[in-house]
Design a binder for this molecule. Structure first.
Ligand code: B16
Ligand code: MG
Length: 264
């Protein structure tokens, strides 16, 4: 399926660009006429209006810093964690990560101790990202965001991280995002769909007209539970519930988005 989509993904081929321009005009009409946007049917496919991006592991390679900090913290408790276990931490809130690590090591801590552990992990994570600059954004990210913005797509961030606003500023990509839903505002961590449903609501777009880009198992589950199309960033063997997977945002363009099948 990915090969098929990739083969026809050039927006300037096969009427893609002309159709896109026409479609954007139709979208503009909808924007004026409806508070919750519903795109027109085009060739049997209901068009997408919004893209919601996870942060760590999708826009920037900060997942490795989360992992290093968790590994370091776990080691202080005598708990070993590996890459496979780390898949369960990705996309999950800081507090839930602490619980998962303690359970993995068969340990129990008081709430106060857990808060201290979380603060220590965050201190190490902040040290790691202190050097991050606009050059650290993943290849293709700035180009794809620019393309989406230019063509009238709505863009939101849907991240579990409380550090997401800081990273957006450091990477100098905050201006692309009409809505930022992050760990500072959500109550229920991924795989709960709250983060993406709030993102769609903030953009005024129905869930089925959103596509989510996610690198975490919990995030893919959250997107699908929200009723959204989900493009996994990573291995299809790990992100089994994603509609399909790519290795990074350098592989996507408008042509691919326009040819996505309806959200199942
Ligand atoms: P913080 P995402 C998630 O961000 C990370 O995947 C996860 O590893 C991390 O534990 C979580 O944010 C909380 O981050 O400690 O910075 O609040 O992938 O949802 O953008
Ligand atoms: Mg992520």
């Amino acid at each position: 399926m990915l090969k098929k989509l990739k083969a026809s993904s050039n927006p300037s081929s096969g009427g893609g660009l002309a159709e896109t321009v026409k479609y954007i005009k139709m979208k503009d009409t909808n924007i004026q006429n409806s508070s919750v946007l519903s795109p027109p049917l085009r060739g049997g496919r209901e068009g997408l209006l919004a893209c919601i991006f996870d942060m760590d592991g999708v826009l920037v390679s900060t997942e490795k810093y989360h992992f290093e900090a968790w590994q370091r913290l776990a080691a202080t408790l005598g708990i070993a964690i590996d890459e496979e276990f780390n898949e369960t931490l990705k996309g999950v809130s800081r507090a839930v990560c602490i619980d998962l690590i303690l359970k993995h090591g068969g340990l129990q801590k008081t709430d106060e101790e857990k808060q201290q552990l979380a603060a220590q992990k965050n201190e190490w994570f902040l040290e790691s990202i202190s050097h991050i600059s606009p050059q650290d954004v993943f290849p293709g990210v700035r180009e794809f965001l620019t393309l989406l913005q230019t063509h009238g797509y709505k863009i939101a961030l849907g991240s579990a991280s409380k550090n997401a606003p800081l990273l957006l500023e450091k990477l100098q990509i905050a201006h692309f995002f009409e809505a930022v839903i992050d760990g500072n505002v959500i109550e229920k961590a991924k795989p709960n769909p709250e983060v993406f449903l709030r993102g769609a609501a903030a953009l005024g777009v129905k869930p089925q007209y959103c596509v989510v880009f996610e690198d975490a198992i919990s995030g893919v589950q959250a997107a699908r539970a929200a009723g959204m199309y989900c493009i996994g960033i990573g291995s299809p063997e790990i992100l089994t519930q994603a509609n399909f997977c790519i290795s990074g945002l350098c592989e996507v363009n408008l042509g691919l988005l326009e040819k996505l099948p309806p959200t199942p």
